[in-house]
Design a protein around this ligand. Structure first.
Ligand SMILES: [Fe+2]
Ligand SMILES: [Fe+2]
Length: 185
């Protein structure tokens, strides 16, 4: 299977409605969406810095500058720092889901929920590999802030951005009732 097939909404298993789940449960479940929104805003901040670097590179090329400007070097580092911070935040978020939320739902929710949790766990594994690659890209970019290292970091970040946005949507929709019903947040 292509890695991005995992993030294809039409191929993802769906969670069944939980009999007995109330609006109160769903409102507790929506805390996950609020946590995701914080991560998305940090990712957007990182993306904005990435775009600023791209604009800086384009301006440097327009002027045919041989020496990379100090501002550009500084922005390579800033982009690297933001990516590094996101790697840690997301890793922490996924580890707590893997350890605390997923096992409880897989154990109590029945077969259909087991399939959803299996898919979410696979998605975490793919995202984890992207985070590891991004962390390595960041080390290279910080050691040698160059256009080549920026391009590599940008490409991993873009894949991560796309994967995480899709994963968050799926997860917060399918687990909304279960998180409240089983008291997991
Ligand atoms: Fe997740
Ligand atoms: Fe999550």
């Amino acid at each position: 299977m292509n890695v991005f097939d995992l993030f294809d909404e039409s191929q993802r298993p769906k969670a069944p409605p939980i009999r007995g789940a109330t609006e109160q449960h769903r409102s507790v479940g929506r805390r996950l969406a609020a946590i995701h929104a914080m991560h998305l805003s940090a990712l957007d901040e990182t993306k904005e810095m990435m775009e600023r670097v791209q604009q800086g590179e384009a301006a440097a090329t327009d002027l045919a500058e041989q020496v990379t400007s100090l501002e550009l070097l500084d922005n390579y580092r800033r982009f690297g720092n933001l990516c590094g911070r996101e790697c840690q935040f997301l890793d922490f978020h996924h580890t707590s889901e893997d350890n605390e939320i997923f096992p409880a739902i897989a154990q109590n929710g029945g077969e259909e929920f087991k399939r959803v949790i299996a898919r979410l766990t696979e998605e975490h594994a793919v995202i984890h590999r992207l985070l590891e690659t991004l962390a390595m890209n960041v080390v290279d970019l910080q050691t040698e802030p160059s256009s080549a290292n920026f391009v590599r970091t940008r490409s991993t970040f873009e894949a991560l951005y796309r994967a995480v946005g899709s994963h968050f949507n799926y997860e917060q929709t399918e687990l909304e009732e279960a998180i409240g019903y089983y008291g997991l947040l």
